[in-house]
Design a binder for this molecule. Sequence first.
Ligand code: ADP
Ligand code: MG
Length: 487
Amino acid sequence: MELSEEIRNKYQPVIGLEIHAQMLTNTKAYSNDKNEYGAAPNTNVSPITLGHPGTLPRMNAKTIDYAIKMGLALGCDIAPEQHFARKNYFYPDLPKGYQITQDTTPICTGGKVFVKNEKGETKKIGITRIHMEEDAGKSIHDIDPFNTLIDLNRAGVPLIEIVSEPDIRSSQEAYNYVTEIRQLVRYLEICDGNMEEGSLRCDANISVMLKGAKEYGVRVEVKNMNSIRNVQRAIEHEITRHILAIEKGEQLFQETRNFDALKGVTTAMRSKEAANDYRFFPEPDLQPIRVAPAKIDQLRAEMPPLPAELMSKYTGELKLSEYDAQILTDQKEIALYFEEIIKHTSNYKMAANWLMGDVKSYMNSKAIGIKDFPISAQNIAGLVNLIDEGKVSNNLASQKVFPELLKGTMTALEIAEEHDWIQNSDESDLKSIILAVFEENPAEFERFKAGEKKLTGFIMGKVMQKSAGKADPRSASKLINELSQVQ
Ligand code: ADP
Ligand code: MG
């Protein structure tokens, strides 16, 4: 059965996301085992990770700091006192038989994040909680045809779980929400945000209800999406499946489903009614955590400027377009480089154009990031100022000064002076060049005078040639028009 637009429009999707982020710590959450992706299987596994009798976990303080930073970035309250809990269940990739997590006292509660909806309007998504826990090992089913293999390197890797309120109303909003969270963990450098490698994972809870209904429908939880696009695809698929089921009068069950990216469909994994009773109880081997207000202040002071702040600074104070601001803030390194440029120039728009234009294309052509880009932000600002002051044309800056800047330590001004590239702003000089061009190209000049405006480019080209690229195109074009009237 196809789902018509009309039927789809009768329903309101409701979505809440649970995002697990692996923390970029050197060691695991409760042991000194290395936290590293891609190591030879089962090489970072000590008796503590295995939960052998007589071993004791010890809290990695970095995880607490990272969780607090994420909480502050999302405007959460930080719990002054918390404890850990044991969540008991059996699974081959969980050698201890329980996961150390936080149950009744999550480290952060009650935050929010702003995302764009389909119409481009900003809306608030509530954050229910962030808690700290540990990852499980990995069961590998696709290497050995007869056996399941286990790699316990991941067991005990620190995670934070960020749980949203069911405030998301479409797969597009969900896409934007995950993008936002990924950007934040990357800005804070607490997680690399790599969904393909599983360092950022998203479970999507989805239900649908008739528009205007007071109560949410039956929700399912979908797992195993390895990209943000697949989170969106899985949600779209579930919305359609739910609506069709309801329309056919079928019963939906609260269950956990698996997303198959190749087929673009979800399949049932386990039903929630039969869910384990985890027998949560306070973890007896770890001390409660106390967070002093001074600690929170210290962590706040360590935080970089966040994308939302930068966005509003760029679109407000600097008067850049939303589009430019978006590109500039997409990656922290680019944003911080831009911040450095604008310390040395006040032509923000031109600075943005240079960063997103010549600088980006150079980095793309060399496949490098801004960290390896050879020109300092201050020197780019110097180049922008040269153009802004009319000393070199944009073209000359791009074609001549920029490649020289790439070579060494000279400033743009030094380069331009050394090569005698400082633009001729002297009008009489420019005038004589233009008149010479008219004289040397009489046929084109006559046609131009007669109104053939497309010859502007030709004449301009000749003027540029004659001035060795130094003529300021704006004044040249003005003068060409003026002079052609009187000649
Ligand atoms: P569980 O432990 O079963 O996963 P949680 O209380 O942690 O349950 O909730 C998980 C997520 O489900 C939250 O992100 C929440 O916003 C979302 N959620 C709750 N009810 C619904 C619903 N009816 N439809 C969609 N999402 C929901
Ligand atoms: Mg859940």
